[in-house]
Design a protein around this ligand. Structure first.
Ligand code: 16G
Ligand code: ZN
Length: 539
């Protein structure tokens, strides 16, 4: 019929390069950009089908390879909630991405459409976004063709965007709200102003923040956003040359623990700095401790941002939530991964918080955080956000009406409502995360150095080991222990025992063909040595 003819015709424009083997993995398909036309075209089809399946809800398709090198690219799908594509559809994504001919592709689609009872002929909508990678422009055209080859489906080109902004738009659109970039800015500004108005100290000081934009889209979007209440200097916008993610950005800063390019002059010493990754869904802070640090930084990673957020949220909750009545207390929980520094977990538990662990990858953390009234999740690499359940937000809004304006309880409730509006509810967002960090620091009257003193990170070491087959390593659901190869966990435990505060785990990467090793101990020498000996066991 016409649908099949339309797919066959467009598919012939995008043959699968030979020997390409793709997997949707942790965060969508990624690879060398020159090989991805067929993949992106096919994900365009998938996202159109997803929109049809979910009653014409709007779906998002983002073209980015995040913190990876500029010559790479990738594609991932945002579900109507604004979250990641449902994992139930990942096997279909893998199948169609690897279909070797147009005929096989069409056959797979036909079978899937029947199985999922998707009614072709309905109306579907997909928002398309891309980061600043030069390959993004033509890949976006491929996505457009993919979407519109499904009858009744339209692609809307949103052009250059941060990944979280696209997720935000998808979520807003499906809630029937205004969903443009300007609405996003307006929403940020309103909730930020509200939080600033609620800062208790009478004269708060605005101090300079310097932002490393990773030469990517995040710095550029921040540049468009004007906030009179903050003093932000943006470097590495990519406008003055400089290569995306090369010696810059959150991933580089977090892994290398040195200043990004363009930072580290003597004027920068002690100044509060932040880094985004290439598509601005990760945020870390840092500062240069002294002129003689040789480029070494003090890093405030996702764990430290999580701790700051948790402290602030808990402080607000305690203000009105301490009547002690059984069952009335709101459930605040935090979600970390095995990569969380042990010192951060101790700190959070010391605050009396419910700390749970999830497998690496945003979709896993998000799912667990959504089980709380307020769930805060962060990966050490700087991806995270605060989720508020809808029923909890309604409860807060109800309370706000009952309380007398200006009372401590009223202010605390209002702060939480403002935080729920400010911080991206769809996915981790470096821009909204940065605004929240800034306002909390002002609220506490803290410098970046004071914030850093919440706890001291345990020394850690990460090693990646190239192996013939990373799938030989199978871990428990929280990745803290290896189930396979048989016996390896006993051997790892044997190594861990040799060190004070030793902790180590191995896991297969979800984005690269390697096995990753993480080790932590009370001294750097010990962490290095534990990491190396565990790596030996993997080889
Ligand atoms: C992806 C994930 C990130 C995770 C990383 C782990 C998303 C949006 N991104 O970048 O959360 O930390 O993969 O990579 O889910 P690995 O499996 O290679 O260690
Ligand atoms: Zn990213």
């Amino acid at each position: 019929d016409t649908q099949i003819a339309s797919l066959l015709k467009s598919s012939d424009l995008f043959p699968l390069p030979q020997s390409l083997k793709l997997s949707y993995g942790t965060a969508g398909f990624r690879g060398d950009a020159s090989l991805l036309d067929s993949t992106v075209y096919r994900v365009g089809i998938l996202s159109a089908l997803r929109s049809l399946k979910l009653g014409s809800s709007t779906v998002g398709l983002m073209i980015t390879a995040s913190h990876n090198k500029v010559s790479d690219n990738g594609v991932k799908v945002a579900d109507p909630s604004g979250g990641m594509l449902s994992q139930e559809w990942e096997p279909f994504a893998d199948q169609i991405a690897n279909a070797s001919s147009s005929e096989e592709l069409v056959w797979l689609i036909k079978e899937f459409v029947e199985r999922e009872k998707i009614s072709i002929g309905g109306v579907g909508e997909v928002l398309l976004g891309r980061d600043t990678r030069p390959s993004g422009y033509s890949l976006l055209r491929a996505a457009e063709i993919g979407v519109s080859s499904v009858l009744g489906c339209v692609a809307v080109d949103k052009d250059l965007l941060t990944t979280p902004l696209l997720h935000w738009m998808v979520r807003a659109k499906n809630k029937g709200l205004n969903a443009s970039k300007y609405d996003y800015f307006e929403n940020l500004t309103t909730s930020l102003m509200c939080l600033i108005d609620l800062i208790p100290v009478s004269e708060f000081k605005i101090t300079k923040l310097v932002l490393d934009g990773a030469n990517g889209v995040g710095g550029q979007v921040m540049n468009e956003f004007s906030f009179c209440t903050l003093d932000v200097e943006i470097r590495n916008t990519g406008f003055q040359g400089g290569v995306l993610n090369e010696g810059v950005g959150a991933d580089f800063v977090q892994k290398e623990k040195v200043v990004p390019l363009g930072f580290g002059s003597k004027d920068d010493v002690g100044v509060r700095c932040a880094s985004f990754d290439g598509d601005a869904d990760r945020l870390v802070y840092f500062y240069v401790p002294s002129e003689s640090s040789g480029g070494k930084i003090e890093l405030l990673d996702g764990d430290k941002i999580l701790s700051l957020f948790a402290l602030f949220v808990k402080e607000q909750l305690n203000t009105f939530d301490d009547d002690g009545k059984e069952g009335e207390l709101s459930r605040l929980g935090v979600v970390q991964t095995a990569y969380a520094n042990g010192a951060s977990t101790d700190y959070l538990k010391g605050l009396g918080l419910d700390v749970v662990f999830a497998k690496t990858g945003v979709k896993h953390l998000h799912e667990k955080a959504a089980e709380f009234d307020v769930g805060i999740y962060f990966e050490a690499n700087g991806h995270g956000t605060i989720l508020f359940s809808e029923s909890f937000v309604s409860l807060l809004v109800g309370k706000q009406k009952d309380l007398s304006e200006g009372s401590d309880e009223y202010n605390a409730v209002s702060r939480l409502v403002a935080v729920s509006n400010l911080i991206n509810q769809a996915v981790g967002d470096a821009i909204s995360g940065l605004l929240l960090v800034e306002v909390i620091l002002q609220h506490m009257g803290w410098s970046v150095q004071k914030w850093n003193e919440l706890y001291k990170d345990l020394p850690s070491r990460q090693v990646k080991v190239e192996v013939p087959d990373r799938t030989a390593v199978v871990t428990t659901s929280e990745e803290t222990e290896a189930l396979k190869p048989l016996g390896i966990q006993d051997a790892i435990n044997g190594e861990i025992k040799k060190y004070k505060r030793g902790r180590a785990f191995i896991r297969p990467s979800g984005t690269e063909d390697v096995v990753r090793v993480y080790a932590e101990a009370s001294t750097q020498e010990d962490a290095d040595s534990l990491g190396d000996s565990v790596a030996q066991l993997v080889k």
